[in-house]
Design a protein around this ligand. Structure first.
Ligand code: NAP
Length: 456
């Protein structure tokens, strides 16, 4: 099992780590179980202070963490700093709002009855996390989980071990007692056995559909709660009344965010016939003008893909889509240079049989699809096994309302790209997973929603 930092911009292995032995893993699970007992009894104010302090440290360490992300998974340095800053905002959000979200809810009862609903921690939560937003994905789980009184075991993606260890150090520096937040350097093949361990109460995964099935099965067999945040093939619907220049400029950003390796990146661009050519010209020009290069260079728009496997998969999907009849309007083949670089690519006339039509494209490749009218556009947008986010562009109120109502996804954004925000719930339907992160909904995923009724 390889747990290593391989710089995706150069292909060089910078550091390798030994996976935990069985005895070391057992020690960490035991430490988490003891910490869970203490942490749930720790006054809420002290738990909030740890999360608030973690947020302050994230803010102070933006540059350090940005560099780490660039080195391990190729995120551009500015985006990495921004990720750390967003994590800081989210810690502050939960430190500020935790008390209200966790406050017992009084229930109107008649006669001699008093009643309320309390929110109590479940215990040790196993978090299996991806490399694409290596700080954000972890913090958006950990901040609410720790505020609620749970403790965390993080099994991070095997290509970001230094980010995993930096997060463990972050929480220790923020004052979390031993065992409250630990990173486990282990491979994916050891997750299922962990879910069989009675000391682990629940699991959260952000990752691919196959990982979701594996963790869902293991948790199901053990009757354990899960939150699954899986892939997406988000639609970006453009209707004739939209501001086309703005839609096209946003479409470029929505497709290449994080070099296209985002679950909520727009992947299928469904454009009404009347504005198809106008939108396509502006979109292709925007994609072709992006600077691909070294993620440490402040002027780079699109860095390398995180691993060689992702590059190979994307290259295969594009080649198969072209073989099925899609036309390349810009980009279309890997760059002839060291590192995992793929150019921003637009595919037009993508047939239903092409991988670009139905599969998630985890890189800077856009599929353009045509729609006859709004009903047709919504039907294409919904014709996917995923259901994470969707963006629709229109200046017509009735069309906006119809899109908000009929697009089948965990979030719908009108005249904006899909983005996460700690104040709003985030998650998907269908094969994009279940459960929600962020906002009050996210905090209440890993709690015992306890009914307490007392007769006077
Ligand atoms: P991945 O292979 O599923 O890896 C994600 C995590 O799951 C890693 O820690 C990985 O460990 C682990 N894992 C993989 N297979 C597993 C298994 N069978 N059992 C237990 N753990 C397993 O995902 P990826 O392809 O690297 O990441 C990208 C995917 O995540 C995309 O599909 C993307 O859309 C999705 N994503 C979703 C969201 C969301 O919020 N919905 C956000 C970001 C990304 P190893 O690294 O050791 O294999």
């Amino acid at each position: 099992m390889s747990i290593a930092t391989v710089n995706p911009a150069t292909g060089r292995t910078l550091r390798t780590f030994e996976a935990l032995t069985d005895a070391q893993l057992e020690q960490r699970v035991a430490a988490a179980a003891s910490a869970a007992t203490l942490w749930r009894a720790t006054p809420l104010g002290e738990r909030l202070a740890v999360v608030r302090r973690a947020g302050q440290l994230l803010d102070e360490r933006q540059d350090e963490y940005g560099r780490l992300m660039a080195e391990e998974m190729g995120k551009t340095i500015g985006a990495g700093r921004g990720e750390a800053a967003k994590c800081a905002v989210t810690c502050a959000y939960y430190a500020d709002n935790g008390p209200d979200i966790l406050a017992p809810e009084k229930v109107e009862s008649s006669g001699e009855w008093l009643g309320e609903v309390r929110f109590q921690p479940l215990g040790v939560v196993l978090a299996v996390m991806p490399w694409n937003f290596p700080f954000w994905q972890v913090i958006r789980f950990a901040a609410p989980a720790l505020v609620a009184g749970n403790v965390a075991l993080l099994k991070h993606a095997s290509n970001v071990p230094q980010c995993a260890l930096a997060l463990e150090t972050l929480f220790r520096d923020a004052g979390a007692p031993d065992g409250v937040f630990q990173a486990l350097l282990i491979g994916a093949e050891r997750v299922s056995a962990l879910l069989d361990d009675p000391r682990i109460a629940a699991a959260t995964l952000t990752g691919s559909e196959p990982a979701g099935r594996a963790i869902g099965e293991a948790a199901g067999r053990n009757i354990k709660k899960t939150v699954l945040e899986l892939g997406g093939s988000d639609a970006f619907v453009v209707l004739p009344s939209a501001n086309i220049a703005q839609a096209a400029a946003t479409a470029v950003r929505a497709r290449v965010v994080n070099a296209g390796q985002s679950c909520i990146a727009a992947k299928r661009f469904i454009v009404h016939d009347d504005v198809h050519d106008e939108f396509t010209a502006a979109f292709v020009a925007g994609m072709a003008a992006l600077r691909v290069g070294d993620p440490m260079d402040e002027s780079t728009d699109v860095g390398p893909l995180a691993t060689e496997r992702i590059l190979d998969d994307l290259d295969r999907q594009v080649k198969a889509s072209v073989a099925a009849g899609a036309r390349v309007l810009t980009g279309g083949s890997r760059l002839d240079r060291a590192g995992n670089f793929y150019p921003p690519t637009v595919l037009a006339d993508v047939p239903e049989s092409a991988p670009a039509y139905s599969e998630e494209l985890f890189g800077p490749v856009a599929a353009l699809l045509r729609a006859r009218d709004i009903g047709h556009a919504i039907a294409i947008a919904n014709a996917t096994t995923f259901g994470l986010g969707a963006s629709a562009w229109t200046s017509d109120d009735a069309e906006a309302e119809r899109c908000a109502d009929e697009l089948e996804a965990g979030s719908v954004f009108i005249n904006a790209m899909v983005a996460s925000d700690p104040r709003y719930p985030f998650g998907g339907i269908r094969n994009s997973g279940h459960g929600r992160e962020l906002s009050a909904y996210g905090l209440r995923e890993f709690v015992n929603v306890k009914t307490v009724r007392r007769r006077r």
